[in-house]
Design a protein around this ligand. Structure first.
Ligand code: NAD
Length: 348
């Protein structure tokens, strides 16, 4: 495997492979860029089939973090860590301490936090051995903790901006299909329901959708059908590559706006969405609420109101992308990538 020849290698500054014999830790940390500041991005734990798959994920996700942090105007670069393993079975405090030592060995070039498959508790173990970690449990009145609800807030505001732009209306009476009802999808549903949106919800986890049916009156849809459900908005909040050659022709929503990272399977899929007349809210712009929260926690000194004010800038950024995309007749995903690269080049 030649790292520099991999399709997802994008001039990454550093890639570190970590192994710890006593705990069985196998982890990859990819630092895409430190141009704007220390490379920040969460740590994902996933049962990758092989190292190559884990590396590909780390390369893609870390580049996404550079773009996300640049677009969120944070003084942070882009990085990501992945731990190869099954999060429901393979976790021990010692494993996360070993991961923390790997993070610490980079001397602050990479800041970690929780992501899919990791939690605040796991990050507390990491914090026992390094200070380069965020997303820790917080005391009353402090900023920090699980970034999921803040990500949900940004996605909710972003959906409102996309709906105003594309459909020229508000959320009351509109149908939103939400795929994935975890740390982001669940609070997102509550915010949407409070605005009068009708919800269709799906999750592969038994009981997750039924809970929101009981709480919010949401319609439960089988997980395999949620993408093709009749809805005004499709909000992907599960895993990546959900927008692809197979699914895009079947989409019935006119707006796609959700939290999942790397929603487009390939760059061409952004073009396919535009040709289909579907407005796509670029994932790393709409889902920046969590990293904004993490950044404030790490820097310290901010209050909840300041975090919310910064998250409140997400809809304005999206609208700028939508307008530029319409004007230049280019996909929103392409316009967002270009804006992010421009910011990185200016900073360099
Ligand atoms: P989570 O693991 O808490 O929830 C994901 C949910 O999706 C789970 O309930 C899972 O069962 C469900 N799911 C998985 N595959 C599915 C499928 N095929 N159909 C329906 N449901 C499925 O994760 P999360 O923290 O809610 O994050 C959701 C997405 O948003 C991820 O892609 C994550 O990378 C991204 N994201 C999260 C944050 C954050 O702050 N948590 C920030 C930015 C981006």
């Amino acid at each position: 495997m030649d790292l520099y020849e991999l399709p997802d290698f994008d001039g990454h500054e550093q890639v570190v492979f970590g192994y710890d014999a006593s705990t069985g830790l196998r982890a990859v940390i990819a630092i895409h860029s430190t141009t704007l500041g220390p490379a920040a991005g969460g740590c994902r734990m996933w049962p990758y089939a092989c190292t190559r798959e884990a590396l590909t994920d780390a390369l893609r996700l870390s580049r996404g973090m550079s773009y996300k942090n640049a677009m969120a105007e944070l003084p942070l670069g882009g990085g990501k860590a992945v731990i190869l393993g099954e999060s429901r079975r393979g976790k021990t405090p010692q494993l996360f301490q070993a991961f923390g030592r790997l993070v610490d060995s980079l001397g602050g070039r990479y800041l970690t936090a929780e992501d899919v498959g990791t939690t605040t508790t796991d990050m507390e173990w990491v914090a026992g051995v390094t200070r380069y970690v965020s997303g820790l449990s917080r005391k009353e009145g402090e900023v920090g903790g699980d970034p999921g609800p803040q990500t949900a807030l940004g996605v909710y505001l972003g959906i409102k901006a996309a709906v105003t732009f594309q459909l020229d209306r508000d959320l009351a009476g509109l149908t939103v299909a939400v795929q994935g009802l975890g740390g982001v999808g669940r609070p997102l549903c509550r915010l949407l329901a409070a605005d009068g949106a009708r919800l269709k919800v799906a999750d592969v986890r038994p009981g997750a959708a039924e809970q929101l049916r009981d709480e919010l009156g949401a319609e439960v849809v089988p997980a395999d059908d949620i993408v093709v459900e009749a809805a005004d908005v499709f909000a992907p909040c599960a895993l990546g590559a959900v927008l692809n050659r197979r699914t895009i022709p079947t989409l019935r929503a006119r707006v796609v706006a959700g939290a999942a990272n790397n929603q487009l399977a390939r760059e061409e899929d952004g073009h396919a969405l535009m040709r289909a007349g579907i407005l796509y809210a670029p994932d790393y712009v709409i889902n920046a609420g969590g990293i904004i929260n993490v950044a404030h926690e790490y820097r310290g000194g901010a209050c909840e109101a300041r975090v919310r004010a910064d998250i409140g800038k997400i809809p304005g950024r999206l609208t700028e992308i939508f307008e530029r995309a319409r004007c230049e007749e280019r996909p929103t995903s392409v316009v967002a990538d270009q804006m992010a690269r421009e910011r990185l080049t200016r900073a360099a």
